[in-house]
Design a protein around this ligand. Structure first.
Ligand SMILES: Cc1cc2nc3c(=O)[nH]c(=O)nc-3n(C[C@H](O)[C@H](O)[C@H](O)COP(=O)(O)OP(=O)(O)OC[C@H]3O[C@@H](n4cnc5c(N)ncnc54)[C@H](O)[C@@H]3O)c2cc1C
Length: 341
């Protein structure tokens, strides 16, 4: 019998695996396709806070996650010798109306109070004309100094290196039976603790809650473009649902769609083209830039949009670690695995 069997090698499965392994548990990770086969391999890698006003427990938890992540990542990089491309690059939100500007002006003191000196929130009048089109910022922009980016795929690779050789691919969970995971290849693995970390696919294995699914997948599409200017020190741009994210190696990521109804989570289509067109209008550096990757996946969205984490109330010996919706990369290192065992 295994000690801990974690199913799914996305950021949630790997984060649980690393924590439990460092706590001395014997951990096996079983993954259907490969590390980063799911939503965690997003080209975007945005790590951004909620607005600092109307502070609540959810915003506090995310603030703690964002401010503790650099130390966590530095320890991971030291341990594995692999970089993860974390950069506190900031995020610019163009302001297109007087009302928007006033609303952000009112939030400035909230940032001072709630972010406690960890970062600033500022209004800026002028932005680099090759990075944000001047006509996109008629009322200036707001710059969030707490926002950062990460190379999600390098993060996953470092996490996998930390977990080590007990990560097995080609293992697709078919069903859970009392303390036993049954895989489509007929293999049955018993474990003292099974952690279901299969992202959007997890909900199919979980009982309904008050007649409703515990969550659902929500598809997102994103792209990588190759640009001619050096973007390493540029901030993320976010405008009206569209992200423009600088990356290493002369690339920019663009996205993402949010699709509740879809047939194929991995297929890209004209909805992504629309995002790319909007991004090009926002960011002059993207005019004529070549698209080098089109990517799509289903985000795990728990019924309450939060994380679905902890021992399952009715499935004996099973814990769940998924959810995160649009913020999984920022939150996964905060999982309290003590509660699992
Ligand atoms: C377009 C898009 C953009 C995003 N951008 C960001 C962002 O900028 N910042 C951010 O923080 N978050 C972002 N997210 C959300 C983030 O990716 C998720 O919150 C997070 O990745 C969820 O991680 P997970 O480990 O739960 O799921 P996943 O990463 O999906 O991992 C699940 C793993 O389980 C495996 N699996 C599935 N079924 C089985 C099975 N039956 N048996 C065995 N293994 C199985 C899959 O192959 C996969 O490897 C984005 C998501 C999308 C779709």
């Amino acid at each position: 019998m295994e000690d801990v069997l974690i199913i799914g090698a996305g950021i949630f499965g790997l984060s649980v695996a690393r924590k439990l392994r460092l706590a001395g548990r014997d951990v096996m990770v079983a993954e259907a396709a490969g590390v980063g086969a799911g939503a965690s391999a997003t080209p975007l890698g945005v790590l951004a806070p909620h607005a600092p006003d109307h502070w609540n427990a959810k915003k506090e938890a995310q603030f703690r996650a964002l401010t503790s992540l650099p130390d966590y990542l530095a320890a991971l990089e030291d341990e594995t010798g692999q970089g993860v491309g974390y950069v506190r690059c900031g995020r610019l939100v163009p302001l297109t109306t007087e009302n928007q500007r006033r609303a952000w002006e009112r939030r400035l003191p909230d940032a001072v109070e709630n972010w406690r000196g960890a970062a600033s929130l500022e209004l800026v009048e002028r932005v680099d004309a090759d990075w944000i089109a001047p006509d996109a910022t008629p009322f200036g922009a707001v710059c969030c100094g707490l926002s950062a980016r990460i190379d999600a795929r390098r993060y996953l690779a470092a996490m996998a290196a930390s977990v080590g050789d007990r990560l097995v691919t080609g293992m697709t969970l078919e069903r859970l039976e009392d303390g036993v995971a049954v895989f489509t290849n007929g293999e049955r693995i018993a474990a003292k603790l099974i952690v279901l970390a299969t992202g959007a696919a997890a909900f199919a294995h979980l009982p309904e809650v008050e007649g409703e699914p515990a969550g659902r997948g929500e598809k997102g599409q994103a792209a990588r473009l190759s640009v001619a200017i050096d973007v390493t020190d540029r901030p993320i741009i976010y405008h009206d649902g569209a992200y423009v994210v600088p990356r290493e190696g002369g690339e920019v990521a663009v996205g993402a769609t949010s699709e509740r109804y879809y047939e194929d989570a991995a297929m890209t289509d004209m909805l992504l083209d629309e995002k790319i067109t909007r991004a090009r209008a926002l960011c002059p550096a993207l005019q004529g830039a070549q698209v080098v990757e089109r990517w799509a996946a289903a985000r795990p969205r728990a019924a309450d949009r939060g994380l679905l984490v902890g021992p399952h109330p009715t499935l004996q010996g099973v814990a769940v670690a998924t959810g995160g919706f649009k913020t999984g990369l920022a939150m996964a290192h905060m999982l309290d695995v003590e509660a699992f065992v």
